[in-house]
Design a protein around this ligand. Structure first.
Ligand code: SAM
Length: 259
C-alpha cells in the first residue's frame, strides 16, 4: 500500500466541481454514468474526518452567507483576494468594477478562477508575491481564510508580508470562526491537547484529501477574537473592528498602523 499521493487537492476538487456545475469536461461518475458529488475530505491530526461539498466554492452571491456580502461591501481600492479559490468573491468584485487580483498557491484553483472569468490571478504565496511590487488597499481572507495565519509562530510573518504590499491606510478583512462555543467532547479534548503542546486551542493540524490525492499536513488557525487581538499586537496591523452578527462566524477588520 503506497497511501495517498501528494498533489493539488484544491485544484482537482475545484476542476471537478466546475465540470459538475457546467456539464463540461470529465467529472466523477458512479458506474461511469451517475454523477458523484465532489466532496472535500478534511482530516485532522487526532483522526477526525469531515467531508464538505466543494460546490459552494463556486457559489454566486445569491447562495452566500450574509457576512460574505458585508465583506465585499467593505472592500475598497485595489484588492488582493488571498486564497481566491474558484474566484466566487473576486468575480463579484470585478462585476462591481473593483480592481481585484486573486492569489492562490493551487495551480488548479488559479486555472478554475481564470476559466470562470477572473481576469487577474497569480499562483504564488504571499511571501513570493511581495517581490512583484504590486500594492493594495484591501486584503481579503474569506471562506474562513483567517486560518492562513496558521498560529502564533507564522501569523507575524504572514501579516508582515501583507504589510509589505499595503498602501497607507490599507485594511485586511478576514473571516474567522470562534471554535470555543462547542460542547463536543472530541473538540474540547482536541483544544486541550493543543494547549498542552503550547499551541492555540483551535490551531488545527489538517490535511485535505480528494480521490487519490492528499496535501501535506498544515496548520490552519480557528481562533477567538480575543486570541486574534493578541496575535495582531506587535504586528504592523491593528484590530479595529469585529463584526459578530453571524456568530460564531465573524469578520475581523485590521488596519495598517502608521502615517
Ligand atoms: C477554504 S478555500 C477558500 C477559497 C475562497 N477564498 C472562497 O471563499 O471561496 C482556501 C483557498 O486558499 C488557498 N490557499 C491555501 N493556502 C494558501 C496560501 N498559503 N497562500 C495562498 N492561498 C492559499 C487554497 O488553495 C484554497 O484555494
Amino acid at each position: 500500500m503506497d497511501g495517498p499521493r501528494q498533489g493539488d487537492v484544491f485544484g482537482e476538487l475545484l476542476r471537478d466541481a466546475l465540470a459538475v456545475r457546467t456539464g463540461v469536461g470529465p467529472r466523477p461518475l458512479v458506474g461511469g454514468r451517475l454523477p458523484r458529488p465532489v466532496i472535500e475530505i478534511i482530516e485532522r491530526d487526532d483522526g477526525l474526518i469531515n467531508g464538505a461539498p466543494a460546490e459552494h466554492y463556486l457559489d454566486g452571491p445569491e447562495q452566500w452567507e450574509p457576512y460574505d456580502h458585508r465583506a465585499v461591501h467593505r472592500a475598497s481600492g485595489a484588492v488582493l483576494d488571498v486564497g481566491v479559490g474558484g474566484g466566487r468573491i473576486a468575480l463579484a468584485l470585478q462585476e462591481r468594477g473593483v480592481s481585484v487580483t486573486g492569489l492562490d498557491i493551487s495551480p488548479g484553483a488559479v486555472r478554475v478562477a481564470q476559466a470562470r472569468g477572473v481576469r487577474d490571478v497569480v499562483c504564488a504565496t504571499v511571501d513570493e508575491h511581495v517581490g512583484q511590487g504590486a500594492r493594495y488597499d484591501t486584503f481579503l481572507l474569506l471562506g474562513n481564510n483567517l486560518g492562513l495565519l496558521e498560529g502564533r509562530g507564522r501569523a507575524p510573518e504572514f501579516l508582515a508580508a501583507l504589510a509589505a504590499m499595503a498602501r497607507p491606510g490599507a485594511q485586511i478583512i478576514a473571516q474567522g470562526t470562534d471554535p470555543y462555543g462547542t460542547t463536543d467532547p472530541l473538540h474540547l479534548t482536541y483544544h486541550e491537547r493543543n494547549r498542552r503542546r503550547g499551541r492555540l486551542g483551535g490551531q488545527l493540524r489538517l490535511r485535505l484529501r480528494y480521490r487519490e490525492l492528499s496535501t501535506g499536513w498544515f496548520d490552519y488557525l480557528v481562533c477567538s477574537t480575543d486570541e486574534l487581538g493578541q496575535i495582531v499586537a506587535g504586528t504592523p496591523w491593528r484590530l479595529v473592528d469585529i463584526d459578530n452578527a453571524d456568530a460564531p462566524f465573524y469578520l475581523a477588520t485590521l488596519r495598517l498602523v502608521g502615517p
